[in-house]
Design a protein around this ligand. Structure first.
Ligand SMILES: C[S@@+](CC[C@H](N)C(=O)[O-])C[C@H]1O[C@@H](n2cnc3c(N)ncnc32)[C@H](O)[C@@H]1O
Ligand SMILES: Nc1nc2[nH]cc(C(=O)O)c2c(=O)[nH]1
Ligand code: SF4
Ligand SMILES: [Mg+2]
Length: 222
């Protein structure tokens, strides 16, 4: 049976997205197709490196034993794994467990739509300062559901303007839940809030990664 390269797994409070503040089990898969300038998980971008090889049923058993009702599948880029459907299926087979997938916006999300009401996507749109904007899969914008999240991680003034432009162009606030979040320690968070006030962005939500306030921002496994 196929195995998944799990770079780390841990239970913490979810620090990002619409489920922020709730206990979650994080499952971080190795390997990413992008290389964002600000990535706080660069150590997991390469397929090579320390990882635990686990099958989908073993991973689901680990979630069951942890006793959590929320799973965040992240990475690296979790949707890169060609067998990811098997892992998604095993996790959703656990009663009551909700699954959130953190994805970078470059991979079509269509194959995982309509799957289960307990599955939601937290999808980034990579802005200019990431250096990865040209990899964005724009057809994903049409696939968003009202329970999904689109996240803009903002590092510069140019990013801020671009986030608004993309939000307007694709009517993102009508399609999904939109977050504006600073690259940790980069653009002043106040600047984002002032921009939201100035442009009356009533439907956009501001967020800071909570785990980096609770723990040392460099700490792994939290
Ligand atoms: C490490 S990524 C893994 C999932 C997927 N590759 C992606 O980019 O969405 C998880 C989330 O952390 C965010 N992130 C990474 N580095 C960050 C930083 N320095 N400040 C704020 N958010 C960051 C990413 O933008 C993404 O939303
Ligand atoms: N506490 C905590 N919450 C998170 N939400 C998304 C994360 C990620 O790296 O994808 C993350 C993470 O690394 N830690
Ligand atoms: S897509 Fe996600 S994991 Fe990959 S480099 Fe960018 S932030 Fe890091
Ligand atoms: Mg993280």
């Amino acid at each position: 049976m196929e195995t998944f390269k799990i770079a780390e797994s841990f239970v913490s409070i979810n620090g990002e997205g619409k489920k922020a503040g709730r206990l979650a089990m994080f499952i971080r898969l190795r390997g990413c197709n992008l290389n964002c300038s600000y990535c706080d998980t660069k150590w997991a971008i390469s397929k090579k490196g320390d990882a635990e090889l686990m099958t989908a049923p073993e991973t689901a058993q680990m979630v069951k034993e942890a006793g959590v009702e929320l799973v965040t599948l992240t990475g690296g880029e979790p949707l890169l794994d060609e067998n990811i459907s098997g892992l998604i299926g095993s996790i959703l087979a656990l009663p009551k467990v909700e699954l959130e997938i953190e994805t970078n916006g470059s991979i079509p999300i269509r194959p995982w739509r309509e799957r289960d009401a307990r599955l939601s996507m937290t999808m980034d749109y990579k802005l200019p300062s990431s250096g990865m904007e040209e990899s964005m899969c724009l057809e994903n914008m049409e696939e968003l559901k009202p329970w999904d999240v689109v996240k803009f991680v903002i590092g510069t003034r140019e990013d801020l303007e671009r986030a608004k432009e993309i939000t307007d162009r694709f009517s993102l606030c009508e399609r999904a839940i939109v977050y504006f979040s600073p690259v940790f320690g980069a653009l002043l968070p106040e600047e984002i809030v002032e921009f939201m006030k100035e442009h009356k962005l009533n439907k956009v939500r501001f967020q800071i990664q909570i785990h980096k306030v609770v723990w040392d921002p460099e700490q792994k496994g939290v």
